[in-house]
Design a protein around this ligand. Structure first.
Ligand SMILES: [Zn+2]
Length: 263
């Protein structure tokens, strides 16, 4: 089984200096390989998550924004096959939960209502997303699909609002605990056949320090303190395929589950 765990906006900037308070991340960096992806493309979530699961560059898939001309972009508007579409046609079992290339985030063969329309904005919603996504993920893991994709979105929102504040690390600790339950308490990582990819779509930095500004500083929710950084995290366990770009996740899964394509 392949499990891709996406953590929107997770960054080594917070994780690395605090590994002693993040036991799951610490264990994972010892068990697997911890790397960094430096995005060559604009670090915007819809485009990166889309490319990660369809294998195409932004120019190829053409999807950049959640909203275009005041209309919410829908799955059908994006003219690509995602990895779940391709693999299901080949008889594989695929589940995808809360993937934020559109709003509300997209789920495949999973019944799930995203928290706060996929844009959780306060502590209550962040906690709710953490709990509901974690519980659903445990259920899905127990079904043992060929491929499971899950994404948490809360850190993106928390860091936009609170970058530089102590509460950011508190949320990483809460997430660390849940991820530990999912990966270790379920026994998922006891099986050497199981492959794990933990990845973010971009990192985070102080507003104004980002190479590309992704949101206006003043929003309907208040002033933003953080913005997207082009460095994303990558942790792999039992994965040999070289993942250097978000799109390589698609190609890794493709190679693992389809076998090498003959030329
Ligand atoms: Zn993001």
């Amino acid at each position: 089984m392949i499990f891709v765990l996406g953590i929107d906006a997770a960054t080594w900037t917070v994780i690395k200096p605090n590994l002693n308070q993040l036991p799951t991340f610490k264990r994972l960096t010892e068990l697997g390989q911890a790397k960094e992806i430096i995005l060559q493309e604009k670090p915007v979530s819809p485009s990166i998550w889309c490319g990660m699961f369809c294998g195409k560059t932004p120019d190829e898939h053409g999807h950049f924004d959640f909203v275009i001309n005041n209309e919410i972009v829908k799955r059908e508007d994006i003219k690509v096959d995602f990895i779940w579409d391709i693999l299901e046609r080949e008889g594989k079992q695929v589940r995808a939960l809360n993937v934020p290339f559109i709003v509300p985030p997209y789920s495949f063969r999973v019944d799930f209502k995203p928290v706060g329309f996929g844009l959780p904005t306060n502590e209550k919603e962040w906690q709710e997303e953490l709990e509901r996504v974690s519980e659903k993920t445990k259920e899905l893991l127990a079904q043992k699909p060929d491929l499971l994709i899950v994404v948490y979105t809360l850190l993106d929102r928390i860091q936009h609002f609170h970058w530089g504040e102590d509460c950011v690390l508190d949320w990483y600790r809460k997430l660390d605990e849940k991820v530990g339950e999912i990966l270790f308490n379920t026994g998922f990582l006891d099986n050497r056949q199981n492959k794990l990819i933990i990845i973010s779509d971009h990192g985070m930095c102080s507003f104004g320090e980002a190479r590309v500004q992704t949101l206006p500083q003043k929003t309907e929710w208040g002033e933003l303190k953080g913005d997207h950084h082009e460095n994303a995290i990558l942790i792999t366990v039992n994965v040999d395929y070289p993942i250097e770009r978000p799109q390589d996740v698609f190609w890794m899964v493709q190679e693992e589950l389809e076998g090498r394509l003959t030329s």
